[in-house]
Design a protein around this ligand. Structure first.
Ligand SMILES: C[S@@+](CC[C@H](N)C(=O)[O-])C[C@H]1O[C@@H](n2cnc3c(N)ncnc32)[C@H](O)[C@@H]1O
Length: 374
């Protein structure tokens, strides 16, 4: 099958996890940059990456890359790319993108110039003046970084963090991609207990159960590229069958709770939707009373951050109490995400390791506390 460049954008801080996943899927040669990974792949790689990636945000096909400091350069280079290799005479091709540290800083202007250039290129290729744009959707994405333009086609549609199980969420849900990365960094082994005493809408335990049971995150959703004429339905079917076959049925011990009764029902509902309801039986409980008699467990959680005044004070009090409560299980490991920079001080222990991640625009850290070596 013909190879082309595939780009996986990630949240800042998650690049290493997406790269690890891609290597495990057999794509060894990767270029890892801030917020994106590039590799050579074929149509099958497009289907597999969409279905299997837990920590990538999208799967994009790279069409062209060039330097542009003027609108003329942007127009001419865009027009010169081989758009007809993907976009047929009837297909829709809306354009969106972003510009960072570049002379061409106006996103709406770049958007309309790129749109015009693609239309001119396709019109001359197909010999029609007005393209009907009533066919399949080929969303064009552009990225301008330090005057380098990258033109891409989006094969995912809705971003990959939308797995389809979380139609509803509590006020402060965590991106599924971050939850999956927290589970990956934890090295939680299924023989030992897992706990999330601040489960909210259940994202962390759901991602943890899906990861351990090898449930492909994209199995219950559709992708834009299912409408692409280049990808036969049979190829999607083969990749979906691979995804279904890799599912495991390990016994899991998961302690999942929240102080809010609505969050408890929400987690139970979302876990059912995700197909992991049998492992996740959430309870209403105060994390300040959390105690589990089993050994060598792992806690992965996002306690409230309290971004507003007043709330912050409450949260900081809670972090102090968490420090005391978690200390009662000295052979457990903890992975705690918060945007509060004073967390370690309040929790009362320096983390074994810290990892910066951006939950949207909010800079957070995952404070990692490893159990002492036996
Ligand atoms: C940041 S949210 C968790 C988000 C969650 N990870 C998700 O993906 O939806 C924090 C949660 O902690 C819960 N909470 C606050 N104080 C608590 C306490 N003392 N014990 C247990 N849960 C608490 C809140 O009800 C809220 O659902």
């Amino acid at each position: 099958m013909e190879q082309f460049e595939i780009i996986i954008p990630t949240l800042l801080g998650l690049e290493a996890f997406a790269a690890r996943e891609l290597r495990r899927m057999g794509y060894e040669e990767l270029t890892v940059e801030d917020g994106r990974i590039t590799f050579m792949g074929d149509l099958e790689a497009v289907c597999r990456a969409n279905l299997f990636l837990r920590t990538g945000e999208r799967v994009l096909i790279k069409i062209a890359q060039f330097t542009a400091r003027t609108f003329d350069e942007l127009f001419e280079n865009t027009k010169a790319a081989d758009w007809s290799a993907w976009i047929d005479r009837n297909d829709k091709f809306p354009v969106k993108g972003h510009s960072i540290k570049s002379q061409l800083a106006s996103v709406p202007d770049c958007q309309s110039i790129i749109k015009k250039a693609i239309a001119v290129s396709l019109s001359s290729k197909y010999g029609i003046e007005k393209l009907p744009e009533d066919g399949a959707l080929y969303q064009v994405q552009f990225s301008l970084r330090s005057d380098t333009v990258t033109l891409m086609l989006d094969t995912s549609g809705a971003p990959l963090h939308k797995r389809g199980y979380r139609q509803k969420s509590n006020g402060a849900p965590l991106r599924e991609t971050i939850a999956a990365a927290m589970v990956m960094m934890s090295h939680w082994k299924y023989e030992f207990p897992f706990a999330d005493p601040f489960c909210g809408s259940g994202t962390i335990p759901i991602e943890a159960a899906m990861f351990k049971q090898n449930i492909a995150p994209g199995l219950n959703r559709s992708f834009a590229a299912e409408q692409f004429s280049q990808i036969p339905q049979a190829l999607w079917n083969v990749c979906r069958a691979e995804a279904r076959d890799m599912r495991r049925g390990l016994p899991l011990e998961m302690h999942v709770s929240d102080i809010d009764a609505d969050c408890v029902s929400l987690t139970a509902h979302n876990a059912q939707e995700a197909g992991v309801g049998e492992y996740i039986k959430p309870k209403r409980a105060d994390a300040r009373n959390f105690l589990c008699g089993r050994r060598n467990g792992t806690i992965i959680c996002t306690p409230p951050y309290g971004e507003r005044m007043g709330e912050t004070r409450e949260c900081e009090k809670l972090y102090k109490q968490m420090g005391q409560v978690f200390m009662r299980m000295p052979d457990w490991s903890y992975y705690i995400l918060t945007s509060n920079e004073r967390f370690e001080q309040l929790f009362g222990r320096r983390a074994s390791k810290r990892r910066k991640v951006y939950n949207g625009m909010l800079k957070c850290n995952v404070y990692q506390y490893f159990a002492p070596k036996k």
